[in-house]
Write a protein that binds this ligand. Sequence first.
Ligand code: AMP
Length: 477
Amino acid sequence: MTFQEFGIDNHIVKAVELLGYTSATTVQERVVPEGLQGKDLWVKSQTGSGKTAAFGAVLCEKVEWDQRYPQALVLVPTRELAIQVAEDVKNIGRFKRLNVVPIFGRVAIANQELQLKQRTHIVVGTPGRVRDLIQRGSLKLEQLKYVVIDEADEMFFIGLRQQVEEILRLLPTNRQTMLFSATLSEEIEAITTKFMKSPQEIAIESETQTALEIEQFAYEVEESDKINLLVQVTKSEKPKSCIIFANTQIKVDAVAHKLKQLGYPCQELHGGLTQKDRMKVMKRFKRNEFRYLIATDLAARGIDIDDVKLIINFDISRGAQNYVHRIGRSGRAGKSGKAITFYTSREKRSFQEILDYTKADIQLVSSNDLVITELMEQEFKKLITTAPKRKEEKSKELNQSITKLCIRAGKKDKIRTCEIVATICGIDGVVADDIGIIQILPMVTNVEILNKKGNLVYKELHSKTIKGKKRKVYFAK
Ligand code: AMP
């Protein structure tokens, strides 16, 4: 099925096509039609199945452009996911000019409050900050009609259940709620009965589940031998991109330090880094600027990185559900992947729990079987000393058709949206549909110009007046 066949707005279909989604994934085929009918949904599907675009398409179709306050709220467990999901949904709603705002903790709340003062259609946020902004009256709920609880199992696993419940109690009851989780639990069932209206259950069967696309292996190894084994395994596998999970910041730093000494193109990611550095590392890894990411479970949750060839659990995960999340970073969107887990003799029970929970065929291998030949050594050396091929961002084509302009006039000059639209539409060859999101800030106004007309508008705006005056215009970053 294609997105056009869902009967949704052409603006959304166009964006989805530019993102390269030529046909819908199974979860999209099941979720979009039901979601469009306004039903409450309880969807069990793995990350990597295309669920963000599934609820993204439903929300973008449903929200009305001319409403002032947020109509949809998406709750996600981590800041990284808030940013990623907001970006994905924004891309889908781009041509409908939907303003999608990410909100998350540990950064200044004032900026987010300022953003929410603009016309906002969809908010994507982590529970703590969402609750704070609701309580401060900055996140208005009167027009809220659609709620998505994404990665519900993860949200509860990291102790956010109470906050999610508090938020759900504050929301208008006349709403559509869609809940997504990779795994099922009594806690999730409790939420669905307490806060949802006879939700329709949609379970995406195992053939599309990430775990089955991933070959899984495990080594029993003593703690002191792990680094050695890691080196052997990477030499033997020669992964072009790989995430190595360890359980603590200290461990991550230690492994990264060792691998850097050995010349591996690697970077570490954990909660001890500043938010800015975390984002930078993720962005660089997504672009394939280095091959090996050594991370705590921060990177395990829902983060969408294309084509990770190998996952190594340097430390066995805490909890079987987390194992599923970690290895799900590989084998995304139907691609194949591989996961290798190290466990010590004292962790046999944890390993057994994973086997029982996943019912996966995890093959036990011995480090004695790993023979690294001279040729393998050479090939590996070549791999880690050649720069990886950069990856284009998925939204590149979509973004190429969009130019962001910054006009030196804002709220202080009493500029209003209609004046900006009128001036831009006064340019020959430009119509209202070519204008994207307009954001009026105190001193400046940011305007998105769509359909590759940015240069034309930039050139012509210099000679036009807005509110009686010529205004300076720049290309925004
Ligand atoms: P998600 O499960 O939402 O994390 O999405 C997994 C990946 O699948 C993301 O990289 C999406 O960009 C990609 N994706 C989503 N829908 C489609 C589609 N219809 N066709 C191809 N790729 C898709």
